[in-house]
Design a protein around this ligand. Structure first.
Ligand code: SF4
Length: 362
């Protein structure tokens, strides 16, 4: 049981290690923040052995205590629908088959995703890497991290390394400094990217010391993962600001989730809010055919209409690329604005449906 006095008024609230220690892991802990509905209560028990339920007190404090439909709550509190998804797969992108060494995922010739940590601050119910996050079999020992670095060192085509997980920022500064230092010492690695949800779920992790440490290894890029405007808190904005001030470009990737962000108005508020925080909305992912996540999936046609509704109605900077990830790489999902060729002209459709013809060399 967590300490009941651990609330935003507690002196340790902004200490990220203390937030990690006080994480919510039981129905009793959850009841301190929300009134669980019957479905949530049953699901917490039924899914205990299937996919871990862990939430930071900070993120829990964003939940609506009375509304089980709250978009924050739906992302992290188990629901019985997770047990009813016959189409779902454990590894829909076939990442294991794309791994030359443990937790190095290579789909493209010049870049890899290196899943350096199986831990996260909390567990998102729709997580693509459900098969590994929180599972001890996927823990990376220092020796295994070194094996990944050695593979990068002897693979000269790799110019871009994404450190992901789980979440690499759950590592201590020292461990992260060692790992990034090792990768930076490989001459053919041009950029190092961090994929982390901590600016959203535990923004206090982005300390000045962390930013100072990362600054040594530029060019470092970072992608985080906001899904809903409720997550754009002053704490999250300050974390992103610390990163950008350290010279780290911050992008965002969102997952399109039914009942959370699958309408144009919510997506517009999210993306415009991100741009105000100097965070570039980069990708929106179609939710994968992943086990236990059928209730989150949105038809792709609907996703395309959401981004079509944004085009021409907000800055281009606030419009991310909607993609379907596949075992063969990411596929952009765009409305077909390009209507084809008529003789020496190209025919296009504007954002508001008007047709334009323009001379186009043969
Ligand atoms: S933070 Fe990312 S890796 Fe961790 S559970 Fe959520 S989606 Fe999965």
């Amino acid at each position: 049981m967590t300490d009941p006095s651990f609330t935003p008024q507690h002196p340790g609230w902004t200490d990220w290690s203390e937030q990690m220690r006080q994480r919510i892991r039981s129905a009793e802990d959850l009841a301190r923040f929300v009134e669980p509905c019957e479905d949530e209560r049953l699901a917490v028990k039924a899914l205990a052995d299937r996919f871990r339920f862990v939430i930071t007190p900070y993120y829990a404090s964003l939940m609506d205590p009375e509304d089980p439909g709250c978009p924050i709550r739906k992302q992290v509190v188990p629901r019985m629908a997770e047990l009813d998804d016959p189409a779902g797969l454990a590894d829909p992108l076939d990442e294991v088959a794309h791994s030359p060494v443990k937790n190095v995922v290579r789909v493209y010739r010049d870049r890899i995703a290196f899943c350096v940590n199986n831990e996260c601050a909390l567990y998102c119910r729709y997580c693509l890497r459900k098969r590994m996050v929180g599972d001890d079999d996927w823990t990376m020992k220092k020796r295994e991290l070194q094996q990944g670095v050695d593979w990068i060192r002897r693979t000269p085509e790799i110019r871009d390394v994404l450190l992901t997980g789980g979440d690499p920022l759950v590592f201590s500064d020292d461990r992260l400094e060692w790992l990034i230092g090792e990768i930076r010492s490989v001459p053919h690695v041009e950029i190092i990217r961090l994929g982390t949800r901590l600016p959203v779920t535990l923004p206090f992790r982005v300390t000045d010391d962390l930013c100072k440490m990362l600054e040594q290894f530029h060019p470092i890029w970072l992608n985080t993962h906001f899904n809903h405007p409720k997550e754009l808190t002053p704490e999250a904005a300050e974390a992103c600001d610390r990163l950008t001030r350290a010279g780290i470009p911050v992008g965002n990737q969102t997952v399109l989730l039914a009942g959370i962000n699958d309408d144009a108005e919510t997506m517009k508020r999210l993306c415009e809010g991100l741009v105000r925080m100097r965070v570039r909305p980069y990708y929106v992912y179609q939710a994968q055919l992943l086990e236990g996540t059928g209730h989150f999936r949105v038809p792709i046609e609907r996703g395309i209409e959401i981004f079509r509704a944004l085009r021409g109605r907000t800055s281009g900077y606030a419009i991310p690329q909607y993609v379907l990830d596949t075992p063969y790489g990411k596929v952009p999902l765009d409305y077909p604005y390009l209507r084809g060729r008529e003789g020496d002209q190209i025919v296009v459709e504007s954002f508001d449906g008007r047709i334009w013809r323009e001379k186009n060399p043969l």
